[in-house]
Design a protein around this ligand. Structure first.
Ligand SMILES: CC(C)(COP(=O)(O)OP(=O)(O)OC[C@H]1O[C@@H](n2cnc3c(N)ncnc32)[C@H](O)[C@@H]1OP(=O)(O)O)[C@@H](O)C(=O)NCCC(=O)NCCS
Length: 205
């Protein structure tokens, strides 16, 4: 399996799709003259089926230029995104996604190394839906899925200018390292790393 969104995002195969499903109650802040008022919406987080690929592709196509750059490693155009989605289908990549009001607003791809020792995760949340814990939720599901597959570690590539991604790496116990490709975050799934289950991830409210 080959992720072509970035040169170093090269992981080779997909194992079977997982069947995570979960509900995430997210609080959205609505500014009013009286201050912040919290209203709650439901986000469903689940592993997508092949038949969901079109809506996942629609989500990627909604990402703006900067988000695409951060997500893929360069400003991927629409044709590139469509080609990327075809590769996901062809290679059965696991995609974990968050839907709000039946619209997919965030997604994470888990690209497993052919030796099944590790996987790289890449993810994005649509502008307007950020800072509500969606990425954290997706990463937590990816960690659970990776543990089910007995993977040893997960890798996240980080843009050095993205303090949020760096924060997420640290939040999940990741170890940051530098290479000629930039910053990497490695989340060890075995040995001494604390277990970060889906349930233990805090959701802003
Ligand atoms: C990175 C991205 C996925 C984060 O999604 P998100 O749903 O907003 O993330 P979350 O809400 O789960 O977590 C954001 C965290 O960053 C923190 N944060 C926000 N702004 C921050 C900043 N300027 N500096 C440091 N941390 C910051 C938040 O407090 C939160 O931490 P917490 O959960 O400990 O409170 C989203 O910004 C995005 O799609 N970016 C473009 C694509 C991308 O960069 N993908 C990652 C590389 S594959």
């Amino acid at each position: 399996m080959q992720v072509t969104g970035a040169p170093t995002r090269t992981v080779e195969s997909l194992r079977g799709a997982s069947s995570f499903a979960g509900n995430l109650s997210i609080a959205f802040r609505v500014a009013t003259a009286l201050g912040a008022v919290m209203t709650k919406l439901q986000a469903q987080v689940r592993a997508l089926q092949p038949s969901d690929l079109a809506v996942y592709c629609d989500h990627l196509l909604r990402l703006d230029r900067n988000s695409r750059h951060n997500r893929f490693g360069w400003a991927m155009d629409d044709d590139g995104i469509r080609a990327h989605c075809l590769r996901i289908a062809a290679q059965s990549v696991t995609v974990i996604a968050a839907e709000i009001d039946a619209t997919l607003r965030a997604g994470l791809e888990l690209w497993t190394d052919p030796r099944a020792t590790h996987a790289e995760i890449v993810f994005a949340v649509e502008d307007g839906w950020r800072n509500y814990g969606l990425a954290s939720r997706l990463i937590a599901h990816a960690i659970d899925e990776a543990r089910k597959r007995n993977l040893e570690w997960l890798q996240i590539e980080a843009d050095e200018t993205s303090p949020i991604v760096l924060h997420l790496i640290e939040k999940f116990g990741g170890i940051r390292s530098s290479s000629e490709d930039g910053l990497n975050g490695t989340i060890m799934l075995t040995l001494t790393m604390p277990r970060q289950s889906t349930e233990s991830v805090g959701v802003p409210c």
